[in-house]
Write a protein that binds this ligand. Structure first.
Ligand code: GDP
Ligand code: MG
Length: 370
């Protein structure tokens, strides 16, 4: 049931809590400022104090923000979004770097000054691929917990000289739980002690059957160090993407997910966003989590200032009034008042949850002490 504390009700009406308490007393109800009253009582009190009441529920506020269906004829192909996972030191960063350096969109290697945690490359066959450089499994899990689904394909990196390790198994479990297809990159095959066959066998013990063993999981032997078979890896990702038939409508208000966000001294809140449908434009009013803003600038993965970003494009968004959180979903709204409505509501929900958690903790502390 909906309920509100007396303090909160008073705050929202810009009235004194003591006046609310007096009214309650008139009705024969004794209450403290921290007590909670139900929505009907709150409405009575508010009206008595001369306020008009507009009850908002989550459904009202969130209505139409996300997942409004597109007509099939409006959908066009979009690049796959790929996350590289694997055990520490198996070569995730090296692989990401090697791919970026050899396959920059437009071939402007000098332009890669800025690292935004995600970038796009062109595969040998000319298709674009988006790579997300999540800081690890924790980020992936956090995003999934928030219902954010950003990855189309997982590339599982396994070092051929080390084999399947605990975080390899974790990554396999993540990919399976998220129902995301996986491509295995057996890395470091340049090393004298590389044993790619052993990796294949070990994977089998975790229900990953690679193609050369008669299974369905594509595997490629690579060396990030010597840049061996990187093109082949990109082609395989392209192939997997074709099977997935990834499509989105670019001609609509943008939706996306915050991949990372920080407060930059000079530029203010900066959010790296993966656009997932529609096209994000400079001047758009956006909401993400409990924050909103008017897009002041969009910065591409190569550090270029751009006017718009379509589906599967990672972009830095400047102009937020506060810093959103990784995993927050972003949506474009009609105007500022809509943005305020959404974010006011969410901030309030967030505060209530924190308060509930805090009082829960107090409760358990008291129990512990008694
Ligand atoms: P991450 O922890 O998975 O991101 O692994 P890194 O990319 O940081 O790589 C860990 C170490 O392995 C570094 O010293 C790399 O230079 C090395 N390394 C990565 N890929 C290769 C490879 O293909 N061959 C060799 N010989 N070393 C590699
Ligand atoms: Mg790394």
């Amino acid at each position: 049931p909906e309920a509100i504390t007396i303090q909160e009700l008073a705050n929202r009406m810009a009235e004194r809590a003591v006046d609310v308490i007096k009214l309650l007393m008139k009705q024969g109800q004794m209450a403290k400022i921290t007590d909670t009253i139900d929505a009907d009582t709150a409405q009575l009190i508010a009206e008595e104090l001369g306020h008009t009441v507009k009850r908002v529920s989550e459904a009202d506020v969130e209505e139409g923000l996300f997942d409004v269906a597109d007509a099939p004829e409006d959908l066009v192909q979009r690049p796959p979004v790929v996350t590289i996972m694997g055990h520490v030191d198996h070569g995730k960063t090296s692989l990401l770097d090697a791919i970026r350096k050899t396959n920059v969109v437009g071939g402007e290697a000098g332009g890669i000054t800025q690292h935004i945690g995600a970038y796009q490359v062109k595969s040998p066959s000319g298709d674009k691929i988006t790579f997300i450089d999540t800081p690890g499994h924790a980020a992936f899990t956090a995003m999934r917990a928030r219902g954010a689904r950003v990855t189309d394909v997982v590339v599982l990196v396994v070092a051929a000289d080390d084999g399947v390790m605990p975080q390899t198994v974790e990554a396999i479990q993540h990919a399976k739980a998220a129902n995301v297809p996986m491509i295995v990159a057996i890395n470091k095959i340049d090393k004298p002690d590389a044993k790619p066959e052993r990796v294949r066998t070990e994977l089998l013990q975790h229900e990953v059957q690679v193609e050369s063993f008669g299974g369905e999981t594509i595997e490629i032997e690579v060396s990030a160090k010597q840049k061996t078979n990187l093109d082949k890896l990109l082609d395989m990702i392209g192939l997997q993407a074709e099977i997935l038939e990834l499509r989105a409508n670019p001609n609509r208000a943008a939706e996306g997910t915050v991949i990372e966000a920080k407060l930059d001294r000079g530029r203010g809140p900066v959010a790296t966003v993966l656009v997932q449908r529609g096209t994000l434009k400079v001047g758009d009013i956006v909401v993400a989590g409990a924050e909103w803003g008017r897009v002041r600038a969009l910065v591409s993965d190569t550090g270029a200032s751009i006017d718009s970003a379509g589906p599967s494009v990672p972009v830095e968004v400047l102009g937020f009034n506060g810093t959103p959180e990784a995993g927050d979903r972003l949506a474009v709204v009609e105007n500022e008042s809509r943005a305020r409505e959404v974010t006011d509501y969410r901030s309030h929900q967030k505060r209530e949850k924190q308060a509930a958690r805090a009082s829960g903790m107090r409760g358990s502390l008291e129990q512990m002490m008694s």
